[in-house]
Design a protein around this ligand. Structure first.
Ligand code: FEO
Length: 402
């Protein structure tokens, strides 16, 4: 059964929900599933903008057929070639053999890599600022390379101000009936998932995202239509501002994330005492994550939110505790900037986390390390170290409380 929704006259939502998926990209937990958004425009020509993951291809095809009301499909605009969006292109081409694909040269190179299909006479290769007239409406294309893949572009429908924004402005989580962000309490229900989505999917490409945001400033966007999550027709500037903060690595709030790795609880004891000192000093935003039980995507998302990060880790076979190493790798990949870091190491016979973590953090630009001196715990915290821990708490609090 189709599940098509009207956005405005002759513009339809034909996307699908996937609540069976547990790991997006087989990596990031998505307890609330995913929405793969797709859109149909009916004009003198008919247009489909992006497809969906093949896992939900049947529902998607029913939606497209219903939205087209018996008409043929003239154009398929491919804003992004990651398989969560390109997964049903081949089925669309089989169902609509006259369809012409609209993309850029990188789109078609990736299409060739993923699928063995002939595109002779069936493609329009667009470049920056090219337009496609479809009747009363005109579509304009802007390239958005590396937001999130190199071929990404966004499509702007000029008469109604519809921006089909690809992965940008997406969220984790299936849609729950309401299509638009203004119909739900987005800040309460989905902002955390939007931030986690940005941090882990696009976060590495802040400069490229800023470049896209600068292009969008010149457009009169009335509808923001991403490939995941709710659609936007109100408060667009609020959400764009969030994106500008994330893309420029500007913390949303002063606060500290404590990511710890503790094998037998001794490192956890240290960070609990430290967190208590921070609270005593008036630090309100303290988020503690055990890397052994919290997926790194959530920790990274909190690092995008807050201004400080404390890494407290056990040593493990002369190395950083493996799950902390995974988180650190994600942190370095994100190109994080403008943060204050502190490091605490623990080890019973060869504590050396500090000497491994600092070079990793040094790969990141425009950050500061709060503790110049190592803070080393040998097996467990000792009374004589409490003064030093209080001083560390004070130095951290100094970066937070103005
Ligand atoms: Fe939603 Fe980069 O794919």
């Amino acid at each position: 059964m189709h599940n098509v929704k009207t956005i405005i006259n002759d513009v339809y939502y034909v996307g699908v929900n996937d609540r069976r998926i547990t790991l997006f990209e087989n990596t990031h937990p998505v307890e609330r599933g995913m929405a793969y958004n797709s859109y149909v425009i009916l004009d003198e020509k008919t247009v489909l903008l992006d497809t969906v993951d093949k896992a939900d291809g049947q529902q998607f095809m029913e939606n497209v057929i219903h939205a087209l009301r018996g008409r043929d499909l003239d154009y398929l605009v491919i804003n992004h070639m990651e398989p969560d969006h390109c997964g049903s292109i081949v089925d669309i081409m089989r169902r609509y053999p006259n369809v012409v694909l609209v993309g850029n040269s990188t789109t078609f190179r990736l299409l060739d890599q993923f699928y063995d299909i002939g595109l002779q006479g069936r493609k329009i290769d667009v470049k920056e600022n090219d337009t496609l007239n479809i009747g009363k409406r005109t579509l304009r294309f802007f390239m958005a390379p590396m937001v999130h893949w190199p071929e990404v572009m966004v499509t702007f429908e000029e008469s109604e101000g519809l921006l089909f924004s690809a992965d940008a402005f997406g969220t984790f989580g299936a849609l729950e009936g309401n299509l638009f962000a203004d119909q739900i309490n987005f800040a309460e229900l989905l902002l955390d998932e939007a931030r986690r989505y940005y941090s882990n999917i696009i976060g590495k490409y802040g400069a490229q995202t800023l470049s896209l945001l600068n292009k969008l400033e010149k457009l009169n966007i009335r509808f923001l239509l991403p490939l995941h999550g709710p659609l936007w027709r109100e408060n667009i500037s609020w959400y764009v501002d969030k994106y500008r903060r994330w893309a420029s690595y500007t913390p949303e709030e002063k606060g500290v994330v404590i990511a710890f790795a503790s094998i037998y609880g001794n490192t956890e004891e240290v960070i609990d005492i430290l967190a208590g000192y921070l609270a005593d000093l008036g630090v309100n935003n303290i988020r503690i994550h055990d890397v052994s039980s919290t997926d790194p995507s959530y920790i990274l998302s909190d690092v995008f939110r807050y201004s400080g990060l404390i890494i407290a880790s056990s040593t493990y076979n002369f190395k950083i505790f493996p799950r902390m190493e995974t988180f650190l790798s994600d942190l370095v990949s994100s190109n994080m900037q403008k943060r204050s870091f502190a490091v605490i190491e623990n080890g019973s016979w060869a504590p050396n986390v500090d000497s491994l973590v600092r070079p990793a953090l040094a790969k990141l630009n425009n950050n500061s390390i709060i503790n110049v001196e190592k803070f080393t715990v040998k097996s467990s915290l000792k009374t004589f170290q409490l003064d030093a821990l209080r001083k560390l708490a004070q130095a951290i609090a100094n970066t937070i409380i103005e």
